[in-house]
Design a binder for this molecule. Structure first.
Ligand code: URA
Length: 244
């Protein structure tokens, strides 16, 4: 991404715009090994090498994060009262505009993608895109084949008809059952509402995958990592986009 040097450093949360200008003018910033003293110097954030006050600095402003969401955090960029998933990441990520893609409920755990690429975020959520999301749900009561058929037929909910979804019963007994469900939409409380429509309340919900992203190679619950190059490629492909 092309950017003036002073904007690059403020985007990275280095300091305020005026303080950043001072740091640059004082000769404390090197771009590709050369000291730059002009705050308006034009830079390429994803490829140029940045040294700040003698320290190597990760200057990328286009980052994609896979978070294994724990229960108890809101999926939001910020909240005045409650902790959010952003609290698990270093400050630089909110500085560069990293945002959750869609939403998991406060008590839902598992795969959550965050990205700085607004277009990718938008495309992955657009109704026509149909990115598969796989959940493991624990529900009250015994799940039966008729419930599997109801999911496959597309359930009538109060404000929309859910697209056909694949539900596999993993375990069923009279008090609790467990199932894996694949949906292509991401409506508010969708999985809980679908189970509720067939008479089963969800007691635990965990997202196993979002499009090509799974937790097979980590991170552990409550931790995050950046996507690998392969994962990034697959994600852009799922969104019908070329990597920037
Ligand atoms: N469906 C839900 O009901 N809750 C989630 O967090 C995700 C999907």
């Amino acid at each position: 991404m092309k950017m003036r040097l002073d904007r690059w450093l403020t985007t990275l949360n280095v300091d305020s715009r005026s303080r950043v200008k001072e740091i640059i003018r004082n000769g404390q910033v090197k771009v590709d090994g050369k000291t730059v003293t002009d705050p308006a110097f034009s830079c390429e954030t994803e490829t140029q090498h940045l040294m700040l006050q003698g320290r190597e600095t990760d200057g990328r402003v286009m980052r994609h994060v896979l978070l294994n969401k724990p229960a108890g955090l809101l999926t939001a960029a910020r909240d005045p009262k409650q902790p959010t998933v952003m609290d698990l990441l270093p400050d630089v990520y909110s500085g560069i505009g990293c945002m959750p893609v869609g939403r998991l409920d406060k008590d839902t755990t598992g795969v959550l993608l965050l990205t700085c690429d607004g277009e990718l975020n938008h495309r992955l959520l657009s109704p026509g895109r149909h990115v598969d999301k796989v959940y493991r749900a624990t529900v009250e009561g015994r799940l039966e084949e008729k419930d599997v058929r109801a999911f496959a037929a597309g359930l009538e909910l109060s404000d929309f008809t859910a697209l056909p979804a694949v539900m596999t019963i993993l375990r069923a007994d009279d008090s609790l059952s467990e199932a894996e469900v694949t949906v292509r939409e991401g409506k508010f409380h969708q999985i809980k509402r679908m189970f509720s429509a067939v008479g089963h309340e969800v007691t635990e919900l965990h997202r196993l995958s979002f499009g090509p992203l799974t937790l097979e190679n980590g991170p552990e619950e409550g931790k995050w990592r950046e996507l690998t190059e392969d994962e990034t490629d697959m994600l852009y492909e799922a969104a019908g986009m070329r990597i920037k």
